[in-house]
Design a protein around this ligand. Structure first.
Ligand code: PMP
Length: 406
């Protein structure tokens, strides 16, 4: 069934606003997505009707909020098809999830001379935590190279494994150029070498189904705010048997079992990794976002976004002096491009004056920009509330920008 785009656009109140006296066209969805009424209303309801700190209360509202928070965990579990609720750790976001693994798993299993493998198209959030871990431990970072289209070279990947490889951490979808990586194959290959894998799903979960059991991912991380949910909430999925063996990362309330000044024992999963008051309102909002995505239909969303990507690619390809980056066979709806002799930042400023939001720069993927020998791109990242008409406006705005700088 096709999407009812008018209904969808009505669900997102911000899309009705004007920017610079023009209808607002939002193409910065890879940075963060807009929120539907159902998510905004659900969080509003928490603060107006049920707000209370969770888990430790015996009173009425604390009980309701605790149950809503744990129901949200179950919604996430179902959404990514994890086996157990306690494999779902709520975090502030993707970055926090990766840091948790880098500190906890990294502290226990990585030693001097060991190696971590990442890829050439990682977001800084999936580079720097590993780099810092390597510095702390005297370990080494290895990088899976890619071709000019933005596809990882799996033959080269296979050659990177040594007896010291401790973890592979790769993105499922590249935020800068949209490549979809064959993560199932990457996981299979890594497991053949006896190495565990973390998948950065920050740009993947919102574009289609993710099944962590089918992938056999050891860790899977993502952020609520990139999937139409709130900021400040994200998820780290980890296989039960791996999480059970990992030492705590942050410590304090909630993650403990028994505390005395002599000794502390730790709580069971998932609470052991959720120190302090969790963002329960965010978690409940995230569950509302998942409900919204499922009610809309993830298959229909993916099909609609594919059509938008093809249309946008055709429109932009016809512009003289525009060069698209990221031509992977499998890619999601991201149009990343440069214009001859115009700095991406200048172009972004002019495009903004048309009421169109695009992002410019390196998109937190500086090594990828270096690989292409460019200083950055203009990125239009599309969501299922965008339209072909908005892409026509983008084309027109880009053409006017080129004219202006001539
Ligand atoms: N990984 C990828 C692929 C991303 O696109 C992003 C956000 N741009 C992150 C990690 C970091 O996510 P967050 O800022 O929500 O922690």
């Amino acid at each position: 069934m096709a999407l009812d785009i008018n209904k969808i656009r009505n669900d997102f109140p911000i899309l009705k606003r004007q920017v610079h006296n023009k209808p607002f066209a939002y193409f910065d969805n890879a940075a963060t997505t807009q929120k539907p009424n159902s998510v905004i209303d659900r969080m509003d309801k928490v603060y107006r009707e049920t707000n209370s700190n969770i888990h430790r209360g015996v009173h009425y509202l604390s009980d309701i909020t605790t149950r809503d928070f744990e129901a949200a965990r179950d919604t996430v579990r179902r959404f990514i098809n994890a086996r157990h609720d306690h494999e779902i750790i709520f975090t502030p976001g993707t970055t926090s999830g990766i840091n948790l693994v880098a500190f906890s798993f990294g502290e226990r299993y990585v030693s001097e001379g060991d190696e971590i493998i990442i890829s050439a198209m990682e977001h800084h959030a999936n580079i720097v935590p590993w780099q810092m871990l390597c510095e702390r431990k005297g370990a080494r970072l290895r990088v899976i190279p890619m071709n000019d289209k933005g596809e990882l070279l799996l033959d080269e990947f296979d050659k990177l494994f040594t007896s010291g490889t401790r973890l592979v951490s790769v993105t499922q979808v590249a935020n800068s150029i949209g490549s979809v990586n064959p993560v199932k194959q990457i996981i299979e290959l890594s497991h053949r070498h006896g190495v565990k894998v973390l998948i950065d799903g920050a740009q993947a979960v919102q574009h289609g189904y993710v099944d962590v059991q089918e992938l056999d991912a050891d860790f899977y991380v993502f952020s609520g705010h990139k999937m139409y949910g709130p900021t400040g909430i994200g998820v780290l999925y980890g296989k039960e048997e791996i999480l059970e063996e990992m030492p705590p990362y942050q410590t304090g309330g909630e993650m403990v079992d028994n505390v005395s000044f002599e000794k502390t024992t730790f709580n069971r999963l998932p609470f052991r990794f959720e120190a302090g008051t969790p963002n329960y309102t965010g978690a409940i909002g995230l569950a509302a976002a998942i409900d919204y995505l499922e009610a809309t239909g993830l298959d229909d969303i993916a099909a609609y976004e594919k059509d938008l990507l093809e249309y946008g690619t055709r429109q932009l390809s016809e512009i003289d002096g525009l060069h698209l980056y990221g031509r992977a066979k499998d890619k999601i709806s991201i149009l990343s491009f440069v214009l001859d002799d115009i700095h991406p930042f200048d172009a972004g400023m002019v495009i903004d004056k048309h009421g169109i939001a695009v992002r410019t720069g390196t998109h937190c993927a500086q090594p990828l920009m270096d690989r292409f020998g460019i200083r950055g791109t203009i990125r239009a990242s599309l969501a299922f509330y965008n339209t072909r008409e908005e892409l026509d406006r983008l084309r027109e705005a880009v053409e006017k920008t080129i004219q202006m700088f001539k």
